[in-house]
Design a protein around this ligand. Structure first.
Ligand code: NAD
Ligand code: DAU
Length: 329
């Protein structure tokens, strides 16, 4: 199995899950180790995998690795909305050209391909809209990040239909758990509180995200690999809708602080209001169920992980906060 982006947040958790639960799988990771990739995230399993440092948009690096694989799971991406607003180019390069490069290679070698994508391709929902995203919701992305992910999904659909590439796509909601970069909302606020800094909420903090534990996401990917139908798309979500204000209050409470000890800061331009996933198809057709349905206890476990692993996140913290400070966030 070739896993791209295996030194990033979700990819590293996928590698751990695969090595521990499916020792028969021969894992190769391809990762460019950008600012978001961290070889330390794979330290525990380093002896059990092959690690290749390289770019998914580099056909010469990609092709022999794909040729030697039975299946490719493509996690690698530029993944942070705020960065895409500051500089969209790496998003176009990695998310579009990188996906194109992998697709041409899996097409050439007739290799099974699974594409990791996001619910953000569907745009956003109003707070009072009872609707949730389904597999037939039209694409309507808002940011440079989500538009490049939407474009990459459409490439996969086209390569499946036009060239018969054996591909599946999953669109998942917001993940939380260990090894997530401190630029992202939940780890940023946990590590702020652990550093004696007040959490920062964009706007009024009323935006809603649909949280899922990263291990539930990754088990769903395995379910799709084993039982999914090539050419199809599956939405992954665990009914975890929470507004940002409530998440920050919960983090503060779990860390023994006053629930209102946060600051409201400059909002994200074009900030999507609400995401919500209807994962009925994955549950009824493929039999997947989340193992972390309780957000509060999953969050408490995640807080404990950051408390116990400061050596992992501390080196990223100052540079990340300097970027935010420059944007008034
Ligand atoms: P991340 O930013 O933590 O990790 C991305 C990884 O990709 C890093 O290890 C980085 O070094 C690597 N990478 C970046 N550019 C590369 C390139 N050109 N070549 C090779 N490697 C490269 O991202 P994440 O949060 O783990 O997200 C992984 C995937 O899941 C992405 O495709 C993202 O769109 C998708 N996704 C994320 C979430 C979420 O909540 N984080 C939710 C749904 C879908
Ligand atoms: O929905 C899936 C997507 O979730 C993934 O595709 C993306 O890769 C992933 O980054 C995530 O995107 P978001 O933009 O939703 O995540 P982020 O962690 O950046 O922000 C979550 C919410 O918290 C969002 O409403 C913005 C807000 N926020 C974020 C930060 C960093 C704050 O209020 N304060 C902050 O400091």
């Amino acid at each position: 199995m070739l896993i791209t982006g295996g030194a990033g947040f979700i990819g590293a958790n996928f590698v751990h899950q695969t090595v521990h639960e499916r020792p028969e799988v021969d894992v190769t990771v391809l990762d460019a180790l950008t600012y978001a990739g961290n070889a330390d995230s794979l330290a525990d399993v380093r002896e059990k995998i092959t690690f290749v440092e390289g770019d998914v948009a580099d056909a010469a690096a990609v092709d022999p690795l794909v040729e030697a694989s039975d299946v490719v799971v493509h996690f690698a991406a530029e993944s942070h909305n705020d960065n895409s607003l500051a500089n969209p180019w790496p998003f176009v390069q990695t998310n579009l050209i990188g996906t194109y490069t992998l697709l041409e290679s899996v097409r050439r070698h007739a290799v099974r391909y699974h594409h990791i994508s996001t619910d953000e391709v569907y745009g956003d929902l109003e707070l009072d809209d009872p609707a949730r995203f389904t597999e037939s919701t039209p694409y309507n992305p808002s940011s440079p990040y989500s538009s490049t992910k939407a474009g990459s999904d459409l490439l996969v659909r086209a390569w499946a239909r036009s060239f018969g590439v054996e591909a599946t796509i999953s669109n998942c909601s917001n993940n939380y758990g260990p090894f997530q970069h401190v630029e992202k909302f939940i780890p940023r606020q946990i590590t702020n509180v652990l550093s004696g800094v007040r959490p920062k909420l964009y706007g009024q903090g009323l935006n809603v995200r649909d949280w899922i534990h990263v291990d539930d996401h990754n088990r769903a990917v395995w379910t799709i690999l084993e039982k999914g139908t090539p050419g199809e798309t599956y939405l992954i979500g665990a009914d975890g809708e929470e507004n940002n204000k409530h998440v920050v209050e919960l983090i503060l409470q779990l860390l023994g602080q006053d629930a209102d000890a946060y600051d409201l800061v400059t909002d994200r331009p074009g900030h999507d209001m609400r995401y919500a996933i209807d994962s009925t198809r994955l549950r009824t057709e493929l039999g997947w169920e989340p193992r972390f349905p309780d957000f509060r206890s999953g969050l408490a476990e995640t807080i404990a992980w950051y408390r116990d692993n400061e050596a992992w996140w501390r080196p990223q913290k100052d540079a990340t906060e300097a970027k935010y400070a420059a944007a008034g966030q």
